[in-house]
Design a protein around this ligand. Structure first.
Ligand SMILES: NC(=O)C1=CN([C@@H]2O[C@H](COP(=O)(O)OP(=O)(O)OC[C@H]3O[C@@H](n4cnc5c(N)ncnc54)[C@H](O)[C@@H]3O)[C@@H](O)[C@H]2O)C=CC1
Ligand SMILES: CCCCCC(=O)CC\C=C/C=C/C=C/[C@@H](O)[C@@H](O)CCCC(=O)O
Length: 237
């Protein structure tokens, strides 16, 4: 995701609780894109203070915040409260703190916030009900924020990215983290066996949500053979 943003002219700040991984990635990106194009800051999305400090440093370094990608996430059905704290509460926390800087009614210059949900945010994944709940929550929060932003004149677009299985560390460790639902490994594997998508495909979808200014309140589903904007039921007469 970082690379596609850099390739399209953005300067990118990487925020991650994993300091060693973040520093290593920064070193690699420096060689390819130049030291001035990226910044790495150690940051736990569970901490208001760390997020606020990071945003302050970003503004000092790059002058403002135009794009936020809430991508931090875990899957651990044993440590389910931590899963909620990071996957859902972290998205809400970062969004609200970013809005303080991006909101046009607050002196900001607007922008776009893309939240990484999941296919499990659109349908229940039986082996990880809490993960499923967090991702459903991310989609609901994102869509509500999009409507609130439009109605309030914030000038900030919000959309959710809903990938199927993607070849990453999280995907590699899934079956170890199903907790009381580990007996449903085979059922989960069934979905994995339907195909795993490349990170580059997800990144292209991110770029579309960032650059297409008509996209607000969207949930973009991407799997090995489907890419579609989800239509949700409406209840107003
Ligand atoms: N891998 C997959 O099959 C899919 C993943 N997703 C979502 O994509 C997002 C990225 O996950 P992956 O790249 O797959 O997993 P990953 O495990 O490779 O990356 C997750 C990143 O989040 C960071 N992180 C974890 N807790 C954090 C915290 N408290 N504060 C800051 N950073 C924290 C980790 O250090 C790691 O760098 C997650 O939200 C995940 O739920 C959605 C659909 C499919
Ligand atoms: C096991 C956790 C995976 C963590 C990474 C992901 O977020 C991957 C999500 C990938 C697939 C999710 C599939 C969800 C399927 C459900 O919607 C299922 O209920 C579909 C039922 C309807 C159907 O099969 O037609």
């Amino acid at each position: 995701m970082t690379e596609i943003l850099l390739q399209n002219g953005a300067k990118v700040t990487l925020l991650d609780v994993n300091t060693s991984a973040g520093k290593s990635l920064k070193e690699a990106l420096d060689k390819q894109y130049g030291r001035e194009k990226t910044l790495f800051l150690s940051c736990n999305v569970g901490s208001d203070e760390q997020i606020q400090a990071a945003f302050q440093k970003i503004i000092e370094t790059f002058g403002g915040i135009d794009i936020v990608c809430n991508n931090a996430g875990i899957l651990n059905e044993s440590e389910w409260e931590k899963t909620v704290s990071i996957n859902l509460l972290g998205v809400i926390r970062v969004t609200y703190l970013a809005l303080e800087h991006m909101n046009k009614t607050n002196g900001g210059r607007g922008g776009v916030i893309v939240n990484t949900a999941s296919l499990a945010g659109l349908g229940p994944l039986l082996s990880c009900p809490v993960y499923t709940a967090t991702k459903h929550g991310v989609i609901g929060f994102t869509r509500a924020m999009a409507a609130a932003s439009t109605a309030s004149g914030y000038g900030v677009r919000f959309s959710a990215l809903c990938p199927g299985f993607v070849q990453t560390n999280l995907c590699s460790n899934i079956l170890d983290n199903l907790g009381q639902f580990s007996h449903l490994t085979d059922a989960t594997q069934k979905y994995v066996d339907q195909g795993v998508i490349k990170v580059s495909e997800v990144a292209k979808c991110l770029l579309e949500l960032v650059t297409d200014e008509t996209k607000n309140g969207e949930a973009l589903m991407v799997t090995t053979n489907i890419k579609k904007y989800i239509t949700f039921p409406t209840f107003t007469q």
